[in-house]
Write a protein that binds this ligand. Structure first.
Ligand SMILES: Nc1ncnc2c1ncn2[C@@H]1O[C@H](COP(=O)(O)OP(=O)(O)O)[C@@H](O)[C@H]1O
Ligand SMILES: [Mg+2]
Length: 466
């Protein structure tokens, strides 16, 4: 571990950001690219580096530096070496592994919840417990442990029978939720969780950065009622008490147009959400965000950072499907281009304990324009993406003023970029309407080429929503 900082060596903590600071964004996906692009444009940002970022971001003009994010001591050392005053953490697994706790212990300032609060995402059973305690609308559920497996049918019966939703309790790279239509599928998922333990490895590697996580707790799963309606993602910045809600967004998880095909990490997102009115959003804040913050404080795991509620909305009713503890990907890429006011003082204020003042001095101001983000994926994604394909046509877009390109699975080769993952990049376009934004995003994507490239043409369209 790096040496302890003496008090006098600790970076100066400004209350309101009057002197520009050096910022790091931690992560390497398109979400981190969008965050970095927004933060680097802040008048309060003196310099920004993405750790480790990717070679597409570097090509887009961002500074990047290598680091192993799982090695918390190495991250702290790198932040010191680069004189970083403030680190913004993107991915959930870093938060669940206690990176914020470890950086704070080193006297470094970081945006994101501590490990205990990040459990709102990393443990679905904990999230349900909090929701129940706070009276937050959510699907009726039962938590199962391995011993309870023989009771499955009884439990499903008590929840109204099949089809039913089963969720592995821990982080599972978006693969831990199964909708089971009958007893055979239910029994199969129970076997995968409790006997084959297919998610355990994900959970362990996620926790490897922290010291006190050697013992893996026995697996749990949540069984809950299947809800129907439309899904929406609502984000709020919070210091544990005060809330600032961002404009809502929706993502499209299915691979194919018209919402068909396998689930993915997200094929695109749009904002605003025309079918979610201001009144209903206010009710969501009152019933979904505020009570959770109180429950978290009472559980001695006060949440500071970005709180994400994934909701199912049906008419006037809504239910929380899950909470996440960080900015969503790809929703962030559809939300941040619409934010006209400065984001850095808000994130900094949350980390620094002066959110209230920073928020009052920098209230969020949104563009009335719509934004559509469309992800370009590799052939074979999500099962077995092909990689190593030469990417053409992005340089002109990086130079032009219009749609923005955010890179994810790319790397440099022979003076250009090649694909290196399933979700390669995303394009975000602003327009007077969702249709106008989508059409500009399409025009930009038509200019980009790599072998096997696929993307959805219906992001943010009526056909994809309903
Ligand atoms: N109770 C539910 N009823 C209907 N669909 C659900 C329910 N819970 C989850 N889902 C579906 O499964 C998806 C993933 O579930 P979620 O709780 O968001 O877990 P994760 O994002 O961690 O995989 C949701 O986006 C939604 O489409
Ligand atoms: Mg989800």
């Amino acid at each position: 571990m790096p040496r302890e900082l003496k008090k006098t060596e600790r970076p100066e903590r400004q209350e309101l950001l009057t002197k520009p600071i050096r910022v790091a964004v931690l992560g390497s996906g398109a979400r981190e690219h969008a965050l970095a692009a927004k933060l680097v444009a802040s008048p309060c940002c003196r310099e920004l580096v993405v750790l480790p970022g990717n070679e597409g971001m570097a090509r887009a003009g961002l500074k990047t530096a290598p680091v192993d994010l799982k090695d918390h001591a190495a991250v702290a050392a790198k932040l010191r070496e680069l004189d970083i005053e403030f680190a913004v953490i993107g991915p959930d697994d870093l938060l669940a592994a206690g990176l914020v706790d470890d950086l704070e212990a080193e006297g470094l300032l970081a945006f994101g919840p501590k490990r205990a609060a990040a459990r709102i995402e990393s443990s679905k059973a904990f999230a349900k417990e909090m929701m129940e305690a706070a009276g937050i609308p959510t699907a009726r559920h039962v938590v199962l442990k391995a011993d309870d497996a023989p009771k499955l049918e009884q439990v499903v019966e008590s929840l109204g029978g099949y089809p039913i939703v089963m969720k592995y309790d821990g982080l599972a790279l978006g693969k831990g939720v199964r909708i089971c239509v009958d007893a055979r599928e239910g029994a199969e998922f129970v076997k995968e969780v409790f006997e084959d333990k297919i998610f355990e490895r994900v959970g362990r590697s996620e926790a490897s950065g922290s010291k006190d996580t050697k013992k893996t707790p026995p697996p749990l799963m949540v069984v809950e009622q299947l809800l129907s309606g439309h899904e929406v993602s609502v984000f709020a910045l919070t210091d544990g008490k005060r809330l600032a809600v961002l404009e809502p967004s929706c993502d499209h998880k299915r691979l194919g147009e018209g919402n068909v095909g396998p689930n993915t990490g997200g094929m695109g997102a749009y904002s605003p959400v025309p079918w979610l009115g201001a009144e209903q959003l206010a009710e969501i804040v009152e019933k979904v965000f505020a009570p959770l913050l109180t429950a978290m404080r009472e559980a001695k795991s006060s949440f500071k950072g970005l709180l994400y509620a994934g909701l199912m909305v049906r008419g006037r009713d809504f239910w929380v499907l899950e909470y996440n503890a960080r900015f969503g990907d790809p929703e962030t890429q559809a939300i941040l281009p619409r934010l006209e006011s400065d984001l850095l003082p808000l994130l900094y204020g949350i980390a620094n304990g002066c959110f209230e003042r920073n928020l009052d001095a920098n209230p969020m101001r949104w563009s009335s324009n719509a934004c559509v983000n469309v992800v370009a994926a590799s052939r074979g994604y999500p099962e077995a993406p092909e990689t190593g394909m030469k990417i053409e046509g992005v340089d002109d877009l990086l130079l032009a003023k219009g749609p923005r390109v955010y890179f994810a699975g790319v790397k440099a080769r022979e003076g250009g970029l090649v694909t290196s993952g399933g979700r390669v990049l995303g394009v975000s376009a602003l327009g007077e309407s969702l249709d106008a934004a989508r059409s500009d995003a399409m025009a930009a994507l038509e200019k980009i080429r790599f072998e096997g490239m696929k993307f959805r043409r219906d992001v943010g369209s009526v056909r994809a929503n309903y």
